[in-house]
Design a protein around this ligand. Structure first.
Ligand code: AMP
Ligand code: GLY
Length: 438
């Protein structure tokens, strides 16, 4: 490592940080990064009106590598943190590390080879099989193998899960209750390209009966820091009904993810994943988000993501009391082993306020009334109108959260804040955390 580099911790403590993304996840990350004594300047691209209060928003698209590179030059960025997965899957880290060198630019986020854990379901399933990581049984099929796929489905127990191999903005999973539906869906994905090229290969897997939760780590590829776990509420309707969404709320910690269960997650899932990456010579600096199903008392991996979840971040990151920026820098420098995470033992609960019609079409441009400046309130889809007012600008508009001594109190506090905010057509689930003893 080059000790003459001006950002080396011994020389000056300050890092000029660029965070890519513009949702609630990035608002929560920006808040934590801005609180670090090691943060000398913070930029968020494109950011949102929430991050604008903490950082300088840059009007650029994270997936455009040239624009990101120009911003790194212009603003003398030392550390880049990537919020969303798409730039990672498309090789942004490889490209910028080649261009700037690992001494000049610390990039928190894996290269394209590591990002395949999220970018290809077929790759991640094969990876899990190679390394003995518990996951649902599966087979994958291409358009040429349609007939074999249909035969396989005719014998498959129900329900059965079909997943587009590539990135499909969280929409590429279909759970089919009948063989007929499964066969139609497989043809629709492979032949009619229902999910575009993401579905040119389809993973068919066994349905796991259990309860979902998510675990997160910061890793340098060898060592890891286990972040607080969370439970997300994905369906739009109460009681987990209706269409899948990006997430309607989240709670952390998760009472059923007790010490014994989390020990199994670390042993069977996290450590095996990291040693698998090492065995396959895949470098990995970044977040790993393990989407898990607790079946009985055993963890199974539903999916890997190479980023944090949204809205899970809005409850996980506020619970981190140690210096997040320092942890990310240590991961980039390969010194994560010395880091210790401190967490707030309180429970955090967040409720997503969404536009009426979401996750389908919805109107935007409604004025948001109420105090959006409270702790644990994060902007997701908002904009400042010409008259200076705050307006809705997306499906998920605000993540509104609070702490409490337990799920019940955190829920109560979060909903008290929710009721102080409104915009035309606002919708939210009233049962976030209710299943966890809230
Ligand atoms: P994913 O996009 O992979 O997170 O899948 C979306 C959702 O589908 C997950 O959050 C689960 O609720 C559900 N799901 C995916 N795979 C399975 C499975 N093998 N068994 C049961 N549910 C699943
Ligand atoms: N909330 C789920 C995700 O971020 O993928």
């Amino acid at each position: 490592m080059n000790n003459m580099h001006p950002t080396s911790t011994e020389q000056t403590p300050g890092y000029r940080v660029l965070l890519l993304g513009g949702g609630g996840r990035e608002h929560a990350l920006a808040k934590a990064l801005s609180q670090s004594p090691h943060c000398s300047a913070l930029f968020v691209a494109p950011g949102n009106p929430g991050t604008a209060l903490l950082a300088t928003n840059l009007d650029l698209v994270p997936s455009k590598a040239e624009a990101v590179s120009a911003a790194i030059h212009q603003y003398q960025i030392d550390l880049l943190v990537c919020g969303p997965e798409e730039p990672l899957v498309n090789g942004l880290s490889d490209r910028l590390c080649d261009e700037f060198g690992h001494q000049e630019l610390l990039f928190f986020g894996p290269g394209a080879s590591g990002a395949r854990l999220e970018g290809s379901k077929d790759f991640s399933k094969q990876f899990m099989a190679r390394h003995g990581i518990p996951t649902a049984r599966y087979r994958s099929f291409t358009a040429e193998q349609l007939e074999a796929g249909l035969d396989y489905l005719r014998e498959h127990p129900l329900p059965v899960v079909l997943k587009a191999d590539g990135l499909a903005a969280g929409k590429g999973v279909v759970i089919c209750a009948t063989t007929e539906e499964a066969c139609e869906t497989l043809s629709d994905m492979l032949i009619n390209q229902r999910f575009g090229t993401a579905g040119s290969r389809v993973v068919v897997e066994e349905f796991l009966e259990g309860i979902e939760m998510s675990a997160f780590v910061i890793t340098d590829g060898l060592n890891y820091l286990l972040l607080p776990e969370a439970k997300d509420y994905k369906r739009v309707g109460e009681g987990d009904t209706g269409l899948n969404t990006g997430g309607m709320g989240a709670v952390s910690p998760v009472p059923f993810a007790d010490t014994a269960f989390m020990a199994r997650v670390e042993e069977r899932v996290i450590r095996r994943t990291l040693s698998g990456l090492q065995a396959e010579n895949i470098p990995f600096t970044g977040f790993v988000f393990f989407g898990l199903m607790k079946v009985g008392n055993d963890p199974y991996v539903i999916e890997y993501n190479v980023r944090l979840g949204d809205p899970e971040t809005e409850v996980v990151v506020p619970r981190i009391q140690s210096d997040l920026l320092q942890h990310l820098v240590a991961a980039c420098r390969g010194t994560l082993k010395a880091e210790r995470l401190q967490t707030n033992p309180q429970t955090a609960c967040t409720v997503m306020l969404v536009s009426g019609g979401y996750p389908g079409d919805y109107p935007r441009g409604f004025t948001i009334y109420g105090d959006t400046h409270q702790a644990l309130t994060y902007h997701a889809g908002t904009r400042i109108a010409n008259d200076g007012s705050l307006q809705t600008a997306g499906g998920r508009v605000l993540a509104v959260g609070a702490f409490g001594a337990d799920v019940s109190e955190a829920r109560k506090n979060a909903y008290a804040r929710v009721h102080q905010l409104c915009f035309e057509g606002v919708f939210f689930r009233r049962d976030i955390g209710l299943d966890l003893g809230g």
